[in-house]
Design a binder for this molecule. Structure first.
Ligand code: FES
Ligand code: FES
Length: 223
């Protein structure tokens, strides 16, 4: 894979590669035991400022039928949407904001491909309702580094350590890895494996992913 292609995988989530891969591959096999998905975390720190977005999109405002107006703060940008109130964050990102870097694998909380950061915490976006996280900062792979600018240390480490093959799981792996380091769970290989156990990789790039996290953890302070 050429460098430019590898950068596009790392920064925009390999839309082409993802489309070419059958997501059903992520459904099969050993999804239990050590590979079981980590709990979904929604909400987090109630002291985090919701800002005007949360206030403007208070429940009841603009509702009609099953739809509701809401404001989602994605990668620092506020987006006003009217969505079915059952819309997940994953579908809001992919289908309505056209941010396809976040991947849909199992769509049932088992693979980690849909991992995004909400209020800095990793969350399974396929199991999180968009209406429930209005005003909360949502970070996706597209916002991890500036367009055309230097890569985030974790993105660079995934390239340097050859930590992906098809790239389908990679956006979720990278966001989870960023949180893993910030949470202080990247001290040992065993810590990293445990902390990253909710993110499956059908290409089995696990040793390289651990190596990438170890490379990035030293420079994350300046990220
Ligand atoms: Fe598999 Fe969300 S798509 S956990
Ligand atoms: Fe292919 Fe992880 S599933 S790189």
């Amino acid at each position: 894979m050429a460098n430019m292609t590898r950068r596009s995988v790392i920064t925009a989530g390999a839309a082409a590669a993802g489309a070419a891969m059958n997501p059903a591959l992520l459904l099969a096999g050993d999804l239990a035991g050590d590979n079981a998905a980590r709990p979904v975390r929604v909400g987090g720190d109630a002291t985090q400022p919701g800002g005007s977005a949360a206030e403007d999109a208070a429940p009841g405002v603009g509702e009609s039928g099953n739809s509701a107006r809401m404001r989602l703060l994605v990668n620092g940008r506020e987006n006003a949407l009217e969505l079915d109130r059952r819309t997940t964050v994953l579908d809001a990102l992919r289908e309505h904001l056209l941010l396809t870097g976040t991947k849909k694998g199992c769509d049932q909380g088992q693979c980690g491909a849909c991992t995004v950061l909400i209020r800095g915490e990793r969350v399974l976006s396929c199991l999180t309702l968009a209406v429930a996280v209005q005003g909360a900062p949502i970070d996706t792979i597209e916002g991890l580094s500036p367009v055309g600018g230097p890569l985030h240390p974790m993105q660079q480490a995934f390239i340097d350590q050859d930590a992906f093959q098809c790239g389908y799981c990679t956006p979720g792996q990278i966001l989870s890895a960023v949180a893993c380091v910030k949470e202080g769970h990247a001290h040992t290989d065993a810590d990293i494996r445990e902390s990253m156990s909710g993110n499956l990789c059908r290409c089995a790039a696990y040793p390289n992913i651990v190596a990438a996290i170890k490379q990035a953890r030293g420079s994350m302070g300046s990220a």
